[in-house]
Each structure stands twice: as C-alpha cells, then as structure tokens.
Design a binder for this molecule. Structure first.
Ligand code: ADP
Ligand code: MG
Length: 375
C-alpha cells in the first residue's frame, strides 16, 4: 500500500518566501498523478518534500500508513528521476543500474536479476555493456528510469524527466513511461507515481489524474477529461488545451453576452448551457476553445455566426489555426484544413464569419480568482 497523502502541507523557505500554501491531496495507491503548472508554481518544491529532500514547514505528509515528515529520503520507499539524469560516466549501464543495490550489499544473484528485469521492462537489454557516452539522450533517460525501477520503490517521483529531450523523443518517451506504469500494474507491482511537468500535453496524455498548481496553491485535481470539459476557474481553462482557450471579458444580460464592441449583437447561451450555470448580470469572463469555433460557410447547424476580421492563419497540416478579431477582441479558431484553406489567401483585415459553438461556452467570474460559474 502506498497512498501518498498531503494534509495542509506548507513550505516557507529560510529566506521567508512562502512557496506552498496549505496543500491537501491524496495520491491513490498505484495511481499516475501529474503535477502541472507554470514555472515557479512549486511543483518541484512539493515533489522534493515528498522525497524528503526539502523540509516540511507545516502540515502532514504520509506515505502508506506512516507519517514521514521527519524520515530521511532513504526510509521513505521512494525513487526519484530528475531532468538531469547524471549517470556515472566511468560505469557501464549494467553497473549504473546496479550501483545502488551494490552499495546496499544486495546479494549478487538478486542484483543481477533486478538489473536484468529493469533492462527488460525498458527494452534496453542490448545496452547493458555500453558506457553513458555511447548512449543517445533517450537511452540515457531510460537508464535513469531503470535506476529507479531496480530500487523497487513504493512511489516513483519524476521531476520534468523529459525536458532535455527533443520533441520527437519526448513523445516516444511519454508513451514508454505510460506503458511502463501499466506493465508494473499488470505484473502486480502497481507503482504510485507523481510526475511533475510544466507541459500540459504531457500532463493530459500521461496523467490518470492531474493536479493543477498556481503560485503554490492547488487550482483543481481531476481527470484529464474533467479538467478539459469542466475547468474550475479561468486559469485552469487557459492552461489546459492547445492552442489556448479564448478568454475575454464580456457582459452578461440574462442568457446573453455582450462582447467587446460588437455593437448590438448579443451572443445567446443555449438554454441547456445557461441552466448548468449560476448566472448573474454583469461582468464575466467568456471562454471558448479554438476547436469550438468554425469558419463560415462550413458551420454546423446550431452554431452562431459572428462577424470577425482576419489577422493571420497558421497551417498545421491537417488543421489550420485562424487568428481573428471579434469586436476588437482576439479569437483563435482551430479548423480542419479543408474548411480553413480559403482563408489562407485572404488579406489581413478581411471580413470573415466565425461560427461559435455556444453549447461549449465557458463562463468565469470577472475577478482575479475567476471561478467557473458552473453550478
Ligand atoms: P517549479 O518547480 O514549479 O518551477 P519551484 O518549486 O522550483 O517551482 O519553486 C517554487 C517557488 O519557490 C519559486 O518562486 C522559487 O523561486 C521559490 N524557491 C525555490 N527554491 C527556493 C529556495 N531555496 N529559497 C527560496 N525560494 C525558493
Ligand atoms: Mg521545477
């Protein structure tokens, strides 16, 4: 059993800076949990507190059935993989993998069995005799992960382990790490995992649940689907999804929105969407994801035609991102290449029509916290 539970956890650094504010979180046994948020939001601080590399200023941290606030890293049953995988250059992969076990005086036969098992899980049996300088970046990262596996930890901690890899390798390693987690679970050794990243694509593709952080405060903890469909506030709405959710100030009258200087055209919310929200007249933040905006004439029925001015287009291959202005406010649409093609030859400033799927509209409070108006 290795539930990781944080109760009212706080961190104040010796210089007086408070990095973590009352974090309450339970990472389930065997769960793959991702901590995501912009640089400086305290992802590493939290992970290092779980690892025992950073002291805890307040609250309680439990791993399994033990309070571990004051336990040294070695006694916590964790293994950590960093962005800088720092392999021993003068040792083979085999010896790099077995180093920790040898220090712990593990019998040779067991060491050999655990090293080979890790190498097999990571498909690197053919690399065991190589030295680090003979490895590609992705292979070196696999060795770093292998070093964690041979420890048979109850909890795996990853701090941005893929940041040093190029985009293609990163995508491949994402899949490999996710498969590894499944393989360990299938083999009856489910490993509770906390994976830190600033990259929302990594978070969305790898996490069973995701904890979104901002300035040392949890914003939302949920599955990728729930975060995407029901962001708790404007920050989460803007952070999850690519390209970003369009988020603009608007004014609400009943079930209708006034946007920028669109004049008398008000955008009606469909009844089902409006009923799901606690609406009150006045200033709000209106959010609509780029994939929920089309371009005329290819709109579906039920979409709202909105006049816009074209700014520029980006051809992404299968899709085109259309950047435009609606009533002076910036809006981006993400449309299939065939429906956006005609726009790519238009001059900047051309009048176009966007199609808003208002049944996907998000509304957030106008204040800084920007809480979702969903009931
Ligand atoms: P992240 O990993 O999300 O980028 P960190 O956990 O590294 O963020 O840092 C969180 C905040 O704590 C940042 O504002 C950072 O400047 C601050 N911080 C980190 N380490 C220290 C330290 N040793 N002393 C003071 N402040 C620190
Ligand atoms: Mg960090």
């Amino acid at each position: 059993m290795a539930v990781v539970s944080l109760r009212k956890v706080e961190k104040t650094y010796p210089n007086g800076f408070k990095a973590v504010h009352g974090v309450d979180l339970e990472v389930r046994d065997g769960e793959f949990m991702v901590f995501v948020g912009p640089s400086g939001c305290a992802k590493s601080t939290l992970l290092r507190m779980v690892a025992g590399l950073e002291s805890i200023s307040g609250g309680e941290l439990r791993i399994g059935d033990r309070a571990v606030n004051d336990l040294p890293p070695k006694q916590r049953g964790i293994a950590m993989v960093f962005q800088n995988y720092a392999l021993y250059p003068h040792m083979t992969v085999y010896d790099n993998l077995g180093f920790g076990l040898r220090l712990a005086k593990t019998p040779k036969a067991e060491l050999d069995q655990r090293v080979r098992h890790a190498a097999k899980l990571l498909e690197m049996e053919h690399l065991l005799e190589r030295y680090p300088k003979q490895l590609s970046g992705g292979q070196a990262q696999r060795v770093a992960v292998g070093r964690a596996i041979v420890k048979k930890p109850e909890v795996f901690l990853f701090d941005e382990p893929l940041s040093n890899l190029d985009a293609k390798l990163r995508a491949a390693m994402r899949v490999r790490l996710t498969e590894l987690h499944r393989a360990l679970r299938d083999a009856g050794q489910p490993a509770t995992t906390i994976y830190v990243t600033h990259d929302q694509v990594e978070a969305m593709t790898m996490g069973e649940r995701i904890c979104v952080l901002k300035a040392g405060v949890i914003q939302q903890v949920d599955t990728p689907t729930a975060l995407y469909e029901r962001p708790a506030n404007a920050f989460v709405g803007g952070f999850i999804g690519s390209p970003e959710m369009n988020l603009v100030g608007a004014e609400l009258f009943g079930h209708r929105l006034r946007l920028g200087h669109l004049g008398e055209q008000l955008l009606p919310l469909p009844a089902a969407r409006a009923d799901a929200m606690a609406l009150r007249d006045g200033a709000v933040q209106f959010g609509l994801r780029p994939e929920h905006i089309g371009v005329a004439p290819s709109g579906r029925s039920g979409e709202l035609a909105v006049p816009a001015l074209l700014r520029f287009t980006e051809h992404m291959g299968a899709e085109i991102y259309v950047h435009a202005e609606v009533g002076g406010l910036p809006f981006s649409a993400r449309v299939p290449a065939e429906s956006g093609q005609a726009l790519t030859t238009l001059a900047r400033g051309s009048a176009i029509t966007l199609q808003f799927q208002m049944d996907h509209a998000h509304l957030f409070a106008a204040d800084e916290a920007g809480a979702s108006l969903r009931r």
